[in-house]
Design a protein around this ligand. Structure first.
Ligand code: ADP
Ligand code: MG
Length: 617
């Protein structure tokens, strides 16, 4: 994830308070001289260090849940740069306004944080090993789940640090610290299994001191009365810079003799191997709650089910054994059809079922044509099947095959959460904006895949986005979809049919031209539906009224709880001329950045006492 301040000339990265003060001294100590540095305590936060009346002031800047940045008690801003700009015009509670940036001397780059240098590799290795993914499936998992996996990695990163000794007794800790040289500041961190707590053991004056590490209700770590941190490795890094109540600051790690490889940041090799224990927290999934969370025995926070934990992330045919049997037409005796109806349409109904494969049984949804159906209806379903047959992406409902028996049936992966619009309408009070952004990002990934494969969907709408669970969406209903010729950028319909006009771009209605760009228009309408919790677009307007509404240059308003960034993306999707409209590569990129910016923040509020404390000279 990019550092939002990386481009700023007065940003120093991960440096200590004392170092910041050195730079400000060298900078001349004028009133309003300031610099920005990385906050060591909260993931994604910063500290503004400045001078006033020859004194130093340090203000922590926290990243809020909605992706904005704010000094405690101050106004929110969309980035650290905007925040500094604001305080250069108005002190608004600071010691004085920001006047002059204390820029880095030439040749000095921002100091990478311990975690920065290894994060990307760790995320990749974590996903690869935990879910045994390779190739596209691996890439898609990383893109769609980076914030969640980063959080998982961040909260377990200490297990890879040489100073982490796991569950050893106090006596064993002393034995290890007393063996060999005993310089001041030699330390280790150990786990206390009984109450899931930790302890820090530290040498000073040839004596070992032990400190309890508290883990509070919001999930933060601290030594008693000390500063609170999101993760254990941040606590340790901070205590290396500042004793914060310890008898001495942490200096030299007492290396764990049982640590497999030498793995010391920041000199991480490009290829790292993680111990199999890293895969544990997710493989030991217990039964799931309805909302897709695993119950957490300790109550310290819910661990969430990721798309990769479900059986429909990869195709059932990604297993080479199963692939051997793959055919378009399925055997009827391998298919069990339940009476339960999942949905209905003009074609017939969709039923629940189970399909028996070589090694496993899978839950399926079966689109059953009404019996005595005419040939044209059968042809249409076969066309839909031919399209789906060519697609394989985690964010698209996969077809397992077709079955011709009592009637023609299309057998698909099961997405038991049902259509997005209905789900959101029924869970209005429980679903957060960032949850919707996450789901719409997944839809954009599926659509980017379709665009790349040269398919047009032509019926993208919230009713055709199905949920596997609250955090996993798939695009479905390829009844109107077309594969474009290799040289074509659009499909031209000869005659207008029963079309979902409210989702269609002007060129579809006026010229019957359908392209990925017209799917982008529909994606904008789908976003609007999602951020309105499943409301119908264009209220009570009829198709023709919608057309004149659009022709007049009007567009739907921003839904009540929709972030400005997301409304702005909708508006781009509703660019009148398709030549000027963004494609799915750009759409996915935009929503990805926004999604990462809001999802990276740990889900707990800032510490209220902090501003006053930190602002003391
Ligand atoms: P139509 O062309 O009539 O819109 P759809 O393919 O959208 O047909 O399916 C109709 C309904 O059936 C959906 O709204 C949904 O409730 C249910 N359905 C379809 N496919 C699945 C699936 N793979 N898993 C679960 N439910 C499904
Ligand atoms: Mg449908």
């Amino acid at each position: 994830m990019p550092d939002a301040a990386a481009h700023l000339p007065f940003y120093y990265g991960s440096i200590a308070r004392s170092e910041a003060e050195e730079h400000l001294k060298l900078g001349g100590m004028a009133d309003g001289l300031f610099l920005l540095r990385q906050c060591l305590r909260s993931l994604g936060g910063y500290v503004l260090s400045m001078v006033c009346d020859l004194q130093f002031y340090h203000y922590p800047i926290e990243r809020q849940l909605n992706g904005t940045y704010a000094i405690l008690g101050g106004k929110a801003h969309c980035g650290p740069e905007e925040l500094c700009e604001f305080y250069s015009k108005d002190a608004d509670g600071l010691c004085c306004p920001l006047r002059k940036p204390c820029n880095r001397p030439s040749g000095v780059e921002p100091q990478p944080g311990v975690f920065d240098s290894m994060r990307d590799n760790m995320v990749r290795e974590y996903v690869r090993q935990t879910w045994k993914l390779e190739g596209d499936a691996l890439e898609q998992a990383i893109i769609s789940q980076a914030p969640q996996v980063e959080k998982l990695v961040a909260t377990t990163a200490h297990e890879r640090m040489p100073w982490y000794h796991g569950n050893i007794s106090r006596e064993e800790a002393e034995r290890r610290l007393y063996s060999g040289a005993q310089p001041d500041g030699k330390f280790l961190l150990r786990e206390k299994k009984e109450n899931r707590a930790y302890a820090l053991s530290l040498v000073y004056g040839k004596t070992v001191y032990h400190y309890r590490v508290d883990h509070d209700k919001s999930g933060k770590y601290s030594i008693p009365e000390g500063t609170k941190f999101d993760t254990l490795w941040q606590l340790v890094e901070y205590l290396k810079l500042k004793p914060d109540g310890l008898i001495f600051y942490l200096r030299e790690a007492c290396p764990n003799p049982n640590m497999p490889g030498e793995l010391r940041p920041p000199t991480m090799p490009a290829q790292i191997s993680l111990p199999s224990s890293w895969a544990q927290p997710l493989r030991n999934l217990g039964p799931l709650n309805a909302d897709g969370y695993t119950p957490d025995p300790v109550g310290a926070g819910k661990s969430r089910l990721l798309p990769m934990d479900t059986s429909v992330y990869e195709s059932p045919y990604s297993d080479p054994e199963e692939l051997k049997d793959k055919k378009l037409f399925l055997k009827r005796d391998h298919l069990m059809i339940d009476e339960v109806e999942l949905g209905a349409g003009n074609f017939g109904c969709v039923k629940k079922g189970v399909y028996k494969m070589r090694k496993k049984q899978i839950d399926v949804a079966i689109k059953v044509l009404k019996s005595n159906n005419e040939k044209t209806v059968k042809d249409e379903m076969m066309k839909e099947a031919q399209i789906m047959h060519q697609l394989d992406n985690p964010y698209i409902v996969r077809m397992i095959g077709v079955c011709e028996a009592e009637s023609l049936m299309l057998v698909m992966e099961m997405a038991s959460g049902g259509p997005l619009n209905r789900f959101l309408a029924s869970k209005k009070d429980e679903i957060t904006t960032s949850n919707i952004v996450e789901l719409m990002h997944q839809v954009s990934m599926g659509m980017k895949y379709l665009e790349e494969k040269n398919f047009v969907h032509r019926d993208l709408a919230a009713r055709n986005v199905l949920l596997v669970n609250q955090h996993y969406a798939k695009i479905s209903d390829f009844g109107l979809s077309k594969a474009l010729g290799a040289d074509d950028s659009y499909y031209k319909a000869r005659t207008a049919g029963k079309w979902p006009l409210k989702w269609y771009a002007p060129e579809c209605i006026l010229f019957h031209k359908f392209s990925s760009k017209s799917d982008v228009w529909s994606y904008g309408v789908t976003m609007w539906e999602a951020f309105s919790f499943g409301q119908k677009p264009y209220k009570k307007m009829k198709g023709p009224e919608v057309i004149s509404f659009i022709e007049q240059g009007k567009r739907m308003d921003c839904p009540q709880e929709c972030p400005a960034e997301m409304y702005s993306l909708m508006q781009q999707c509703w660019t009148y001329r398709w030549e000027e409209r963004p494609g799915f590569v750009a759409v996915e990129n935009t929503i990805r950045s926004y999604y990462y910016s809001i999802a990276a923040k740990p889900e707990n509020g800032p510490d209220p006492g902090d501003r006053a404390k930190a602002a003391l000279p």
